[in-house]
Write a protein that binds this ligand. Structure first.
Ligand SMILES: NC(=O)c1ccc[n+]([C@@H]2O[C@H](COP(=O)([O-])OP(=O)(O)OC[C@H]3O[C@@H](n4cnc5c(N)ncnc54)[C@H](OP(=O)(O)O)[C@@H]3O)[C@@H](O)[C@H]2O)c1
Length: 270
């Protein structure tokens, strides 16, 4: 019996594998990946690799055979209707492969969203729940690296952080914290039929971000509202719930969430 992880070659998937390896031997894990060029990255960790392409149903059942637990990391395809089809392919294959427990990475507070992305995650959650496979749903808040849209490096150089006007609050999280919570869940009992809202324990505001950038730049970085800022991300942020918080992430991790200061420090080093 093994833990199978889809999307293992992605940024979150790699962190999930890395965090799982702190808890279980590599021989209990299977990295299922679309592009087999990444095979050696996992084999050198002692983790078996299987081919898995959400678009190719024939690859999926084989990839999931013997899985006591299957983590479906949501697809990164740009069209949500395609993603739903891909997720459905995975769920159907999981049923055929008699997977013991299906875990899915959804999006936080999808019922508050008004866009196709939140509808996609709600539809996938319904398909997971209807599958008759014991399930766990991880509803992920925004990754903190969405702040890249504000061009933090330039803000530190110019001493100005320009943000869209409005009452913004963010419940964002790091991928490493999400991976830690997921790995803890994958390796412990009692999470069946549960839905977790994996958010920061406390929402932060742009004022806090400007203070952190001032510290990192070692000079004042002032906050400026700029109604002229254009980016699709701002419309996206307005159409989802970015501010509600829960304690689920910290509870699953068994440690405090990464401080915003540390998350931003790491991002500015990239
Ligand atoms: N909460 C947030 O703020 C947020 C932000 C961005 C994305 N997300 C969601 O979270 C997921 C994981 O995030 P991430 O940062 O790890 O994304 P990522 O680095 O882009 O990884 C996506 C993974 O999905 C795999 N994948 C894509 N299409 C596939 C297919 N047809 N069949 C099999 N595997 C496929 C990719 O495989 P390849 O290596 O072959 O491409 C990759 O391993 C994303 O896919 C997206 O659904 C959430």
């Amino acid at each position: 019996m093994s833990i199978v992880i889809t999307g293992a070659s992605g940024k979150l998937g790699r962190l999930v594998i890395q965090t799982l390896l702190e808890r279980v031997p590599g021989a209990e894990l299977v990295a299922s990946i679309r592009n087999m060029e990444h095979k050696q990255d996992f084999e050198k960790l002692g983790v078996a690799v299987r081919h898995c392409d959400y678009d190719l149903p024939d690859t999926l059942e084989q990839a999931f055979l013997g899985a006591s637990r299957l983590l479906l990391i949501s697809s990164s395809h740009h069209h949500d209707d395609v993603r739903l089809l891909q997720h459905t392919n995975v769920i159907e294959a999981a049923k055929r492969a008699s997977v013991g427990h299906l875990l899915y990475t959804s999006f936080a507070f999808p019922e508050a969203g008004t866009i196709s992305l939140t509808r996609l995650h709600e539809a996938t959650e319904r398909a997971v729940q209807a599958s008759s496979i014991p399930y766990t749903i991880f509803r992920h808040a925004l990754y903190t690296d969405f702040v890249g849209v504000l061009d933090l490096q330039s803000a530190m150089v110019k001493g100005e952080l320009r943000v869209p006007p409005g009452e913004w609050r963010f419940n964002s999280v790091t991928r490493l914290d999400l991976a830690t919570a997921i790995a803890a869940t994958l390796t412990s009992p009692d999470h069946e039929q549960q839905t977790y809202e994996l958010t920061a324990p406390k929402a932060w505001a742009f004022e806090e971000l400007a203070e952190i950038l001032s510290e990192l730049a070692d000079k004042p970085v002032c906050l400026l509202n700029d109604a002229q800022l254009q980016h699709w991300m701002f419309g996206f942020l307005r159409s989802i719930n970015t501010s509600s918080t829960t304690g689920d992430l910290e509870q699953l991790m068994g440690r405090p969430a990464t401080e915003l200061r540390e998350a931003i420090r790491l991002l500015t080093l990239q």
